[in-house]
Design a protein around this ligand. Structure first.
Ligand code: RUB
Length: 362
């Protein structure tokens, strides 16, 4: 488990250390998770977030449950179910828990041997994500180069929504991975960063990641993208995904759908970058079937930021008498997606193409 930037790692006692994403970019704080309940809370409270990293923490959560109960499979199974239910939309969470439990049950081990096996499997899941992320980076950067070549561009403007960088999936993310790779290839790249209300993952996390990597970027209010697209200021849109159904319909942070509509209207390529673990092959129709998380209305009514005296504070921005509604995700229909960028290359967002490319996993 290594890499230049990692959203999570093990300490010398094999506890899981994560970056507290709630306080970025103003504070860089680490939190150590020592048991399964703490992993569940870290996912629920969005200390960690992003489909990939949620899946990794879930995997380590099952290991921590095993350690706590000295490899007792019944106890592990109970906690695994709780981990599985900690957030509803990102399918990597369920995928990782199921993989951990299958390995545990098939091994017929218990006690310390089972705990060691669970630790090894959780590390493996995270390391595999890292490899997938590297491939997505390469395929995605190839697409950027192709678009630049076909349009004779000498600089490139990408728009992204939410955070799908290394804070969301180790080691360089999904949507941000091709951007990091493009920068390495010497491409003159600039990123429009949607602020991503209500929790501001774009303004707080993507902008922080990009500035650490020295990538030119501009934060925009969520409603700005359409105007930029109409005025030829966006060459491509790339986002991550939380769950992609067999027909290519893709759930991602609320507001992604509107960007896809606008991209379609302006003839701008719209890509979703994802590892295979974000597919839900059982779901045949994403629009009908993907469960959409509804979060607390307080996330809409309050915002967190620095006060004029430099203190990290929460501010109320909606009067108490008004209610608010907070859907966490929306589904972009496959017909609006130019292609999916995966670790196996780019794939049309359709049942036929997905089945052909990922048939061995279905
Ligand atoms: C995160 C979100 C991200 C995807 C990225 O939502 O929508 O775009 O999870 O996925 P939240 P990946 O902040 O509510 O968790 O992990 O595959 O990059």
């Amino acid at each position: 488990m290594q890499g230049q930037y990692r959203a999570l790692w093990l300490d010398k006692d094999n506890n899981l250390v994560v970056i507290d994403q709630r306080v970025l970019p103003f504070e860089e704080k680490e939190i150590t998770l020592t048991n399964a309940k703490e992993s569940i809370e870290s996912i629920k409270n969005m200390i960690v977030r992003g489909a990939g990293v949620i899946g990794n923490v879930a995997g380590f959560g099952v290991y921590l449950a095993g350690r706590e109960y000295n490899g007792n499979i019944e106890k592990i199974a109970l906690l695994a179910e709780e981990i599985r239910e900690s957030r509803p939309t990102a399918v990597n969470l369920m995928w990782a828990v199921d993989r951990m439990m299958n390995v545990a049950l098939n091994s017929k081990l218990n006690g310390e041997e089972l705990v060691a096996l669970l630790l090894a499997e959780a590390i493996k899941i995270t390391d595999e994500d890292c490899e997938r992320s590297e491939k997505i980076a390469e395929y995605g950067a190839d697409i950027i180069e192709e678009i630049m070549l076909s349009r004779g561009l000498d600089s490139f403007n990408v728009l992204t929504h939410c955070n799908a960088g290394w804070l969301a999936i180790v080691d360089s993310g999904t949507a941000l991975a091709p951007i990091y790779e493009a920068k390495k290839r010497g491409i003159n790249i600039h990123v429009w960063v949607d602020e991503t209300r209500p929790r501001n993952q774009g303004a707080n996390l993507t902008a922080w990641e990009l500035s650490k990597a020295g990538i030119e970027h501009t934060v925009i209010a969520d409603n700005t993208g359409g105007h930029l697209m109409q005025n030829h200021m966006v060459d491509m849109v790339i986002t991550g995904a939380d769950r992609v159904a067999r027909n290519g319909d893709s759930a991602n942070k609320i507001g992604t759908y509107l960007k896809a509509l606008s991209a379609k209207d302006n003839n701008i390529p719209f890509y979703i970058a994802l590892p295979a673990s974000t597919f839900d092959f059982e779901m045949l129709d994403g629009l009908l079937e993907i469960p959409i998380e509804i979060r607390s209305e307080n996330e809409v009514k309050y915002m967190r930021g620095l006060s004029s005296s430099g203190e990290l504070q929460e501010f109320q921005i909606v009067q108490s008498q008004s209610s608010a509604l907070n859907y966490g995700f929306d589904v972009t229909p496959a017909r609006l997606i130019t292609a999916l960028i995966t670790e196996r290359g780019d794939c049309q967002a359709s049942t036929e193409a997905i089945t052909e490319m990922f048939g061995d996993l279905i």
